[in-house]
Design a protein around this ligand. Structure first.
Ligand code: MRU
Length: 348
């Protein structure tokens, strides 16, 4: 069983990840031969983006099962050990629900299989299924979202919700890819996305590689660019969407949504249904990751702030549902009222 995309490769024995910390300057790869190194790669952001984290964790889980099956001939012991493996993978990053969704799905498969024989194969197949489904889901998100973009539109995006944030193709950038495939001329403005610079380093890189007309701006320019009439729509990804349609996404998304509302520009969120967390009523309950102070005090490896300055570095924010025009999923485009319409996605 093998899979190879721009973001990850499953060789059957290991998960090879493009090191997103080093892009766009170097295309180097990190090989994870056990679940511990997968957990570290997620924590240290070798791999990032909600669906990519989910798929990587699923392969990490598969590596864990392989190791535990080698160590013990008892299904019950493997099951017990895998609880710890799952917890270790879960402790890596708190906000993107796809991580927890994928690990829950892997654990359910382990329980459903219920015996030692054939375990490794069944679990590997499930991880592979998650990864392959992700690509198909993104293409469906792309097709659904492309209907919202007219020929000649310029779209603003924030962070990286592209091929690099998924197994392939992307969610928000998948919408742009699908529009382009339909023959529409779509231009892109990419926010640089301080402090981690996913927009400058990753979105600009992957869109240029694909021949898009992409213009990079720093985050504080988006309001002015909107005021100048340069933006027709905003399309972003999501890390977790609550039952009422509140959206957690990369820090700065909220600011963009407020500005889009002010300028009458539609604000679209593109995400798979695995990013929906209907167990959470509103965005107030979404855990927001805080990251190291160095991400703010330093830029491109160089300190830019006085020593000992106080720093606050939330990695995500929550955009209230009132600011969201529509949520684009693989099952269709969902419009307000989100608390009624998101539920319907799971009823059909
Ligand atoms: O901290 P990151 O880079 O993992 O954050 C990524 C984002 O916020 C993305 O917009 C989100 O995960 C959607 S990816 C399809």
């Amino acid at each position: 069983m093998k899979l190879k995309t721009i973001t990850m490769e499953w060789t059957g024995d290991s998960l090879v990840l493009i090191d997103q910390r080093r892009l766009p300057f170097e295309e180097v790869y990190v090989t994870c031969a056990d679940y511990r190194s997968v957990a570290l790669a997620i924590k240290e952001m070798v791999v990032r983006g909600a669906p990519a984290i989910g798929a990587a964790a699923a392969f990490g889980y598969a590596l864990g099962v392989k190791e535990m099956v080698k160590k013990s001939a008892s299904y019950d012991i493997v099951l017990l050990q895998m609880k710890n493996v799952k917890e270790m993978l879960e402790r890596t990053r708190p906000t993107a629900v796809n991580l927890f969704w994928a690990l829950e799905r892997m654990q359910n498969k382990l329980i459903e299989h219920g015996k030692y024989e054939g375990l490794v194969k069944v679990i590997e197949e499930e991880a592979m299924k998650i990864a392959k489904e992700d690509i198909e889901i993104n293409k469906a998100i792309g097709r659904n979202g492309a209907q919202l973009l007219e020929d000649g539109f310029t779209v603003l995006t924030h962070c990286n919700a592209g091929a690099l944030a998924t197994v392939d193709y992307g969610t928000a950038l998948g919408v742009l890819r699908a529009a382009k495939e339909q023959g529409k001329n779509v231009k892109v403005f990419a926010d640089e996305t301080r402090p981690y610079l996913q927009g400058a380093r990753l979105t600009a890189w992957e869109l240029m590689k694909d021949g898009f007309d992409v213009t990079l701006i720093s985050d504080n320019m988006s309001g002015w660019v909107m005021k100048q009439g340069k933006i027709n729509a905003v399309v972003v990804g999501a890390d977790r969407i609550a039952a009422n349609g509140d959206v957690a996404n990369k820090i700065g998304t909220y600011m963009v949504a407020v500005l889009a509302k002010r300028h009458g520009i539609p604000f679209y969120v593109a995400a798979p249904t695995s990013t929906l967390d209907l167990s959470i009523e509103s965005g107030n309950d979404i855990p927001i990751e805080e990251r190291s102070h160095e991400e703010v005090t330093n830029c491109a490896g160089r300190r830019i702030a006085p020593n000992n300055v106080k720093v606050y570095n939330p990695a995500f924010d929550v955009t209230e549902h009132e600011l969201v025009s529509a949520i684009i999923t693989e099952k269709g485009v969902v419009y307000p009222p989100f608390n009624e319409n998101l539920k319907k996605l799971f009823e059909e």
